[in-house]
Ligand binder design. Structure first.
Ligand SMILES: CC(C)(COP(=O)(O)OP(=O)(O)OC[C@H]1O[C@@H](n2cnc3c(N)ncnc32)[C@H](O)[C@@H]1OP(=O)(O)O)[C@@H](O)C(=O)NCCC(=O)NCCS
Length: 158
């Protein structure tokens, strides 16, 4: 694990596009369902990214984390959503990824703290997200941050 001197966050700009899509293999490469191969995970990620950034929600926000020496380290994308039980407005973290080099150095913690701050500032009671059930590292990270499981989607390959 390396420690970074200073991590700053700023809203994503058009010039960050390549960096954001460059982290897609990090997201499609997480431990996924046994019944989907890497090509299926890549296809999912690519469609999901395209849909997320095509949705012109002015209340959505993408934050990019920077190192003190000017390297992009990771990003988070959050948008307004609806609570699955009460239907009330809540925050939704659609994407979170950290560059392999920067993993384990507190970047994601900082990005999630900003997502939480964003959700609180909008008056939401909840912040939610989806994560693949086998993505243990991410799940443990979210649990340490105070998230709990609400629903679990079950699939039977036929
Ligand atoms: C999930 C992810 C965002 C977490 O990022 P990160 O850089 O590890 O996060 P942080 O460094 O802020 O915090 C990770 C914690 O795990 C600890 N850690 C370090 N190495 C670890 C390891 N090998 N396995 C598990 N935890 C580890 C860190 O010390 C830190 O502990 P703390 O919370 O007690 O301080 C990152 O692993 C990632 O980008 N994964 C691929 C994409 C992904 O899965 N995104 C989420 C999709 S829902």
């Amino acid at each position: 694990m390396q420690s970074l001197p200073a991590i700053t966050l700023r809203p994503a700009e058009p010039s960050d596009r390549e960096f954001l899509s460059g982290l897609s293999p990090r997201l499609s490469g997480v431990p996924g369902p046994a019944w989907h191969d890497l090509a299926a995970m890549e296809g999912f990620q690519s469609r999901y990214m395209a849909a997320t950034f095509a949705a012109a929600d002015k209340n959505a926000q993408t934050l990019v984390a920077w190192s003190g020496d000017g390297r992009r380290l990771g990003y988070v994308h959050m948008r307004p959503g609806k609570d699955g039980v009460t239907d009330e407005p809540c925050g939704y973290v659609s994407l979170l990824a950290v560059d392999k080099e920067a993993e384990g150095s507190g970047v994601a913690t900082k990005l999630m703290a900003a997502a939480e701050e964003w959700a609180r500032a909008r008056g939401y009671r909840f912040l939610s997200l989806d994560v693949f059930a086998d993505n243990r590292r991410a799940i443990d990270f979210y649990k340490r941050g105070g998230f709990g499981s609400e629903t679990l989607r079950m699939v039977k390959p036929l």
